[in-house]
Ligand binder design. Structure first.
Ligand SMILES: [Ca+2]
Length: 320
């Protein structure tokens, strides 16, 4: 749906990898661990063990998998992108305008189809599964899901392209999510998340529904703090979001000025702070906002998606 996936996209990944090469060239003796990455994955013991597991558990052909892994290309750029230091998150007023650009509102489908990734997914996942120890377990799981997916779809695992983390198609789903949530929403006989916007949108809706989306319930609504001691409320915020409590508890602490539908579910409610240039704004966030964070963990992302949805709905209503 949106360019950023769960792992985030690295605008400077290519540059970072280029710098890595430069530093290796300047000091070849200083980095033997990186330089020693074997070329042929099929010969590595941990890959052989992985293949044996796939043969035993999923009935894959051992020789075919060995031939496949012999063609996997180690991608240093992928590791560099994953290893980027975590920058401090942007402020809402820096983040939101990029999402709420009129070009996105007017041309949603083409805009979000622009960047679905240029890495061969098999290379990216193999690199991360076997040369990125910190999350090897996760990426071995996704590599297995990817091989199962390719077998189910009758395609070569060498064909699909995706992000550096192996996320694919318009929704930027990881292979496990594709197997769990992808739908042939337009019923044309095939699931195509790369080009078919109906399938992509339907599949994201399926993902949200399965993660507890409640139709007709709100996502977020602005609120104010009117308390003798606002710190009682603001000190509950950790990274801009407070743990969920009952609405009655928030009200008794001094949260006011909000509106919501009369049939609001009784689920606990969170408090969110979004930093505008003029200062903080406060929002009550409901179950559906948390469901959006299952698709992308960022509180800014979830909030921007909601605002974008309002803008698209408004534009559509005006146009009808
Ligand atoms: Ca379809």
């Amino acid at each position: 749906m949106i360019k950023r996936n769960k792992c985030g996209h690295p605008p400077g990944a290519g540059l970072a990898a280029g710098m890595l090469f430069l530093s290796l060239a300047a000091a070849p003796l200083a980095a033997p661990r990186i330089a020693a990455a074997p070329v042929n994955y099929a010969q590595r013991p941990e890959v052989r063990a992985f293949i044996a597991e796939l043969v035993a558990d999923e009935g894959f052909d051992a020789r075919a998998l060995r031939r496949l892994f012999a063609q996997a290309h180690h991608q240093p750029k992928v590791v560099a992108a994953m290893s980027r230091p975590v920058l401090s998150p942007p402020k809402w007023y820096e983040f939101a305008p990029r999402f709420l650009d009129p070009a996105r509102v007017e041309a949603v489908e083409t805009y979000y189809g622009r960047n679905t990734g240029s890495y061969r997914v098999f290379d990216a996942l193999t690199t991360l599964a076997f040369d990125y120890p910190r999350r090897a377990e996760f990426f071995r799981g996704e590599l297995k899901q990817f091989l199962l997916l390719a077998r189910e779809q009758g395609i070569s695992p060498l064909a699909p392209k995706g992000s550096y983390a192996g996320a694919m198609g318009l929704p930027q789903f990881m292979p496990g999510s594709i197997r769990a949530y992808a739908l042939d929403y337009d019923a044309d006989g095939r699931v195509d998340l790369a080009a078919d916007t109906a399938d992509a949108i339907g599949s994201v809706a399926h993902f949200l529904a399965r993660h507890g989306w409640q139709a007709g319930q709100p996502v977020m609504t602005p609120a104010r703090i009117e308390a003798v001691d606002p710190d009682i409320i603001t000190r509950k915020l950790d990274g801009g979001i407070a743990e969920r409590r009952s609405l009655a508890e928030w009200v008794s602490d001094g949260i006011t000025g909000f509106a919501f539908p009369g049939d609001l579910s009784s689920d606990p409610v969170g408090l969110l702070m979004l930093e505008e240039e003029a200062g903080p704004t406060y929002w009550l966030v409901f179950n559906n906002w948390y469901v959006l964070t299952r698709y992308n963990r960022s509180r800014l992302y979830a909030s921007a998606v909601w605002e974008l949805a309002q803008a698209i709905k408004l534009a559509a209503d005006d146009g009808s």
